[in-house]
Design a protein. Sequence first.
Length: 202
Amino acid sequence: MVFLLSFKALGRLFDDVELILYGIGVMVLSCLLMVRKFSEDIIGDDDHDVDAFAAWLTAIVGMYGVGYPIGHTAVIGWFSKAMKSRPQGMLMGLFASAGSVARIVFPIVTGFVATHFSADAVFGVLATLLGTTLAILIVHRQAFREAAQIHHPDKAGGDRARFEECKAAADAILDRTEGTSDEPPRWQRRSKPAEDLSLIHI
């Protein structure tokens, strides 16, 4: 809840792709905490003993309190920007449907893996899937930014300079256009209502 309420502030510091990366990264770590071998080596004591409840609570808070809210919200924002002028209703519906199918398929697969292998295998598979997604996003992060035309003018001086250059050129064109005629520019013109309604005949 805290991260969702502070999402506007996070959006000023990071773009959608960065937030997706951070969200997936936290989810990967949360899944790995549920793998006993990993948690024993990372957060265990000298005898590799781990407080199971502490590991479980940390993983749950990391997954559903930090990683998922940030990552999922950023994905929705990126998806909406990437669609641009395309029919967003149908595509957002397909996006939501894919999530619904995943909520049906993954519990079935989870039960199968846990029954035939172990609970550690479940979280290991989830960490592998999320890690693969994270690696793909890291490699192609620039393409994802370009697809949604994401940029931070305040963080990238080149974008701000380009924006100012285009704005100055547009202003110069408007000045020249306005100086060639006594009439106001087209964007300032307004349709004038009839001053004398008595002149209108039915």
